[in-house]
Every structure is written in C-alpha cells, then in structure tokens.
Design a protein around this ligand. Structure first.
Ligand code: HEC
Length: 120
C-alpha cells in the first residue's frame, strides 16, 4: 500500500456511507398510522398488557409509552420468529404491517410518568 493515509480516509468515507444507509433503512412509523384503530385492536392485548399498556400479568412488560420504532421492531421480530415467546409469537403471527403500525401508534401515544422511590 503506497499511501496508508489515503487508505484510512477512504475507510472513514465508507463508514459515513454505511451510517447513512443504516439510518435510511431504520424502521419509521407508517405515515398513515392510526392510533384509534390500534386502540380497537389492542382488545387482543389487554389481558396481558392492558388497554393502557400497563402490564396485567407479571410475565408481560409494560408497553405504554414505548417508542413506535421499538414497538414496531419487536412486533415484527415476534412475527418473523426472530424474537420468541410462547404468547407473543402466536399473537403477532396474523398481524399485518398496518396492524403493527396502528398498535404501535396507540401504545406509543400513552403518556407515562414515573416516580422515583422516596429514599433515593
Ligand atoms: C397472553 C398474554 C399476552 C397477550 C394477549 C399479548 N402479549 Fe405482548 N407480551 C406478552 C409477554 C409474556 C411478553 C414478554 C415476551 C418475552 O418474554 O420476550 C410480551 C411482550 C410484548 C412486547 C415486547 C415489549 C418489550 O418491551 O420488549 C410487545 C411490543 C408486545 N408484547 C405487544 C403486544 C401487543 C401489541 C399485543 C396485542 C396484539 C400483545 N402484546 C398481546 C404477553 C402477551
């Protein structure tokens, strides 16, 4: 390699290109996501996550206020079998991309407030 410095700079350039490509492919909420339709669909979820996203069983997480990006990613991972859970794999299997976007819009729209333990 005649000029190692030039090589490093082209590597840096490649790195920047990769970051841009990853950002461009990041999951984004569907533009037409409908939180009201998601709330109606959430009847399927309420036994475990509540209609308000606050867990009703100890095995299930509270999903109120999680970001649409995270919710969509997890629901698609359950549907694809990349994330496995006896309950969620069955629940997610029949969901369409629109269902997932609407469910995510609903649960993400719920405002969460937290309170630290008094002695901390
Ligand atoms: C029978 C109970 C049950 C029902 C019904 C259910 N879930 Fe779940 N859900 C779970 C459990 C248990 C987990 C934790 C899975 C694990 O351990 O990875 C989970 C995990 C999730 C997660 C991942 C949250 C995180 O923080 O990683 C999302 C998102 C989710 N559920 C959404 C839904 C939606 C949307 C519905 C309705 C369409 C639904 N769930 C219905 C039990 C349920």
């Amino acid at each position: 390699l005649a000029n190692p410095r030039a090589d490093r700079s082209s590597l840096r350039h490649l790195g920047a290109t990769l970051v841009v490509a990853l950002l461009a492919s990041a999951p984004t909420p569907a533009p037409g996501a409908d939180a009201a339709a998601g709330k109606a669909l959430a009847k399927k979820c309420q036994t475990c996550h509540g209609i308000d996203g606050v867990a009703r069983i100890p095995e299930a997480p509270t999903i109120a206020g999680e970001s649409t990006i995270y919710l969509i990613k997890q629901l698609k991972a359950f549907r694809a079998g990349e994330r496995k859970s006896p309950q969620m794999s069955i629940i997610a299997e029949p969901l369409s991309d629109d269902d997932i976007a609407n469910l995510a819009a609903w649960y993400a729209s719920i405002k969460v407030s937290v309170e630290l333990p008094a002695d901390q």
